[in-house]
Write a protein of this length. Sequence first.
Length: 92
Amino acid sequence: MNPKPDLTCPRCGAGNCRTSPWRSEAERQEHRGEQAYLCMNCVHRFYRAGGRRLLRDNPIVAAVGGGTLILMIAVITLLWVWKSGDRPGGHG
């Protein structure tokens, strides 16, 4: 939870604000596209537009990316095994 230098508390104006974890799934759904912050000076909790997390906010992207990674590992492994059988003195 690193401080964000460009972020100030709407209550006290202090710049000592950090990201705050979601209290529940319902709270996260209620504030979609936002991030919860906590002022370390006055302990005020507030929300601001947050950066999108591509994999967390888009499960389709995560699934396609993960599937592609697994496919690439399988193809590379198969090519490596196939090429290792072409060495001189190997088979027959």
